[in-house]
Write a protein that binds this ligand. Structure first.
Ligand SMILES: Cc1cc2nc3c(=O)[nH]c(=O)nc-3n(C[C@H](O)[C@H](O)[C@H](O)COP(=O)(O)OP(=O)(O)OC[C@H]3O[C@@H](n4cnc5c(N)ncnc54)[C@H](O)[C@@H]3O)c2cc1C
Length: 398
């Protein structure tokens, strides 16, 4: 760290700033060795395993199951962690500024800031809906649901957004509360079906599963407003809601445009096939934040792969060698529908089977262990208790 306005002279080792330390950023940090002077920035203390955060809604997982301490992981890779948001990047000067007003100089910057909630300008989203994007938010939803459904009073819950996150949220509410006769559920989607961008099979399967319960699926129904009383749809229909969960998808964080990495607000940062910013040669943009020449699905596995590729390209650029292209692997997406079903999505093909839930759980356990390999008896004990605890809570109740 250096004081504001005074930029540290060039270090002997190339200085790498990594902005954002979840999938992409953390993997890049873990791939860079001691030949680089690496500083990693993130406002949150925890790496978060987002693909399973829906399970916090049913309490099948607890926050501790899905979090790892960033400071320890970054230190284990031999680097510095600064727990602060980056508020500005000046790629031309090779400096960034944190929210705490510290200025840091870099030779290379890897930007891995992910996305933020898309609200489409719908009034009331920030004020009256609960967001569904982080461990803290999904845990808050799980606690609110538990409090609402403690008594016998009739309750109505609306999930706004019928993409994969909305389907997963609905599934988790059903996993835990489907036996309740005082619960009405709604899922609202602007498009023609749930996850309609993928395949009509998912919509059909979900409709079949929810037939026995008080669940209404509203498609071709864009949300007009969220109010304290509920959700108003564009056609004028009103849905009473005690809890509205917002799963409206992602847009780019303001930093990308402010740093001139994206041409317009809300747009992802264009990069070439090597993940290098189209605008600045010393900046790589990876994970959800990157707009590649050929679109890559915004998935955790791709962010991890891009972290590896960006680290390799920083090494190459520092050595004056040609950069390598990022070649995404074909990775299916596993979408859970509580304990009722799991969908394996590969391109536009879908396979549905509840037993695939074990596959999603295995990906989570194995990748968490790769990110944080146990290096002591205590760490092995912690890993074992995570696996045992989660297995118990996921087991169907008898
Ligand atoms: C609800 C949900 C369910 C999902 N399910 C799946 C799934 O089943 N399978 C799958 O493959 N993918 C899934 N995804 C997508 C997956 O989580 C993302 O593709 C992945 O997290 C992208 O990784 P990333 O590193 O690019 O960004 P993120 O994981 O979003 O991390 C971005 C990091 O940047 C930090 N940051 C942001 N702004 C700043 C700043 N200004 N300064 C410093 N740090 C900053 C944030 O704090 C965060 O830690 C899901 C996403 C969500 C939200």
């Amino acid at each position: 760290m250096i004081s504001r306005r005074r930029v540290k002279p060039l270090a002997t080792r190339p200085r790498v700033a990594i902005v954002g330390a979840n999938f992409g950023g953390l993997r890049a940090a873990q791939e860079l060795g001691p030949e680089f002077d690496v500083t990693v920035f993130d406002p949150s203390a925890w790496f978060e395993w987002l693909p399973n955060i829906h399970e916090l809604v049913s309490r099948a997982k607890r926050p501790a199951d899905l979090r790892l301490p960033r400071k320890r992981l970054v230190a284990a890779a031999g680097h510095r962690f600064v727990r602060d948001a980056v508020s500005a990047i000046d790629a031309k000067r090779g400096t960034l500024t944190t929210a705490g007003d510290e200025v840091h100089a870099f030779d290379f910057c890897i930007v891995a800031v992910g996305g933020v909630d898309a609200t489409y300008g719908v009034p009331g989203v920030e004020r009256y809906a609960m967001p569904f994007r982080s461990v803290e938010q999904c845990d808050a939803i799980g606690r609110r649901l538990a409090a609402l459904l403690k008594g016998r009073k009739a309750r109505s819950i609306v999930v706004a957004g019928g993409g994969f996150a909305g389907v997963e949220a609905l599934g988790e509410i059903l996993r835990r509360y489907r036996s309740r006769d005082n619960l009405a559920l709604h899922i609202v989607e602007a498009g023609p079906g749930l996850m309609s961008g993928v395949s009509p099979r998912i919509d059909a399967a979900v409709r079949k599963h929810v037939r026995a319960y008080d669940v209404q699926i509203h498609t071709r129904s864009p949300v007009a407003a969220i109010t304290p009383a509920g959700v108003r749809l564009q056609g004028g229909k009103r849905l009473r809601s005690d809890l509205t969960i917002w799963t409206g998808g992602s847009v780019a964080p303001p930093l990308l445009h402010a740093a001139r990495l994206a041409p317009k607000p809300l747009q992802w940062a264009p990069v070439d096939a090597t993940l290098r910013s189209r605008r600045y040669g010393n900046v790589f943009v990876i994970g959800d934040a990157a707009a590649l020449p050929a679109a890559v699905p915004k998935q955790a596995f791709h962010a991890l792969e891009m972290g590896e590729c960006a680290a390799a390209n920083v090494r190459r650029a520092a050595a004056g060698r040609a950069l390598r292209r990022y070649r995404p692997s074909r990775t299916p997406l596993l979408v859970a529908f509580g304990d009722l079903d799991t969908f394996l999505v590969a391109g536009r093909s879908v396979v549905a089977n509840p037993t695939l839930a074990a596959g999603k759980e295995a990906v989570y356990q194995v990748t968490m262990t790769q990110i944080d390999p146990p290096s002591s008896v205590r760490a092995i004990g912690q890993l074992a208790s995570r696996v045992i605890g989660v297995t118990r809570r996921l087991a169907p109740s008898r």
